[in-house]
Design a protein around this ligand. Sequence first.
Ligand code: XMP
Ligand code: MG
Length: 175
Amino acid sequence: MKHTLEEMISQDEINAKLDALAEVINRDYADVDNLLLVGLLKGSVVFMSDLARRLTCDVRMDFMTASSYGGGTESSGEVKIVMDLANNIHGRHVMLVEDIIDTGRTLSKVRELLMTRHPASIKIVTFLDKPSRRVVDVPVDYVGIAIPDEFVVGYGLDYAERYRQLPYIAKVVPA
Ligand code: XMP
Ligand code: MG
């Protein structure tokens, strides 16, 4: 599809939001021994890198790839784990790190799966949230920025694998 990009969230706004998020998380995890950040590939990589560098507790990292069938721009109900964690999370404090929550289907399934492995705790942080699109109720503990129902790219988010490296968030506009 022919399209143009329109900046929606600037690099400065992103940085300010990261500082604010990290401040709250650092306070909440001040007494936690170590925290395992679980990034959902690939979209969360940029956000997770920036967030992790602002955290003061003892942080470890792991990654997972979940894909939802259905194609198009909306995730289906069926979520498949394409790549599982390298770590055993039994008894660990886990924070799921997501780029954006849309219907909530992906995170809800991943959270359910991880719960069966008995972590000490599990929380969710997402950089972006489209609350108006939610289909499945999923407990989100930390949200960076709530946005309207627009398809966005940049800061890890892609359109057909492009634009992940943009340092800002942009709206995809059909040309
Ligand atoms: P659900 O619907 O399961 O989907 O919450 C979350 C996943 O859908 C993708 N997604 C987007 N990707 N721009 C993107 O580049 C968007 O505006 C967008 N909305 C949803 C994304 O992979 C996310 O993890
Ligand atoms: Mg994603």
